[in-house]
Design a protein around this ligand. Sequence first.
Ligand SMILES: Cc1cc2nc3c(=O)[nH]c(=O)nc-3n(C[C@H](O)[C@H](O)[C@H](O)COP(=O)(O)O)c2cc1C
Length: 231
Amino acid sequence: MVAISNGKKGTNLHILAEFTSEVASLRRQYSNTGLTNHQLPDDPMELFNKWFKEAISSGVPEPNAMTLATVDETGLPNARTVLMKGIGESTIRFFTNYESRKAAEIRYNSTVACVFWWVELERQVRLRGKAIKVSEKESEEYFKSRPRESQMGAWASKQSSMVKNREELEKRFSEIREQYENRDLLKPPFWGGYEITITQMEFWQGRPGRLHDRILYEKTEQTWNRKRLMP
Ligand SMILES: Cc1cc2nc3c(=O)[nH]c(=O)nc-3n(C[C@H](O)[C@H](O)[C@H](O)COP(=O)(O)O)c2cc1C
């Protein structure tokens, strides 16, 4: 809002006011079924798997897209979307470039947070945990399963580095295409997966009157503790 107070102040403020009231009036009545205590499993991964399957069957676009938050070396937060590509016993996985901004931040502080928002189901899942690299073998296996275009993209992109212009990026891609014509692409050494071992998980279900359900699971040595939070 501060940035608006220059040059064409009057007009911009007018637009801003209209926009603000429009955004403020965006309100959805959450009416889905709730999360009653007897529905809650001891293991949050059971509920996560159930919700994830329901997100897929309900036609949520990109149900495996999640916001991944990290912190940088100065303690500032950073967030971006990645695709979850695997669910384990108390883990989830995603794949990326090991020389990217996010990878540098995970090296600095391996604790990350993730958020899924499945709007059609009025559900949010938040989690926190530690990220470590998955084995080279497993990353290779996943890389092999990717479409060829994505494999070439992984080689062509020095993710998070500056590029002079679009042409330069496309040139890099064409060079990779020529180099690997009629050849399989191996996984680049700078590309692979991270596995997040989950220590906290919160399930949020929209309910009428803003009385949403929030169930927080926290990992102890052996089991999971569970509590209900105010919305
Ligand atoms: C829907 C969606 C899915 C994405 N999936 C991935 C992914 O799985 N891995 C990845 O490295 N980047 C993915 N990206 C791009 C990231 O959001 C981000 O731009 C990129 O990873 C660079 O982030 P960084 O500079 O913080 O490392 C995705 C973006 C969107 C919008």
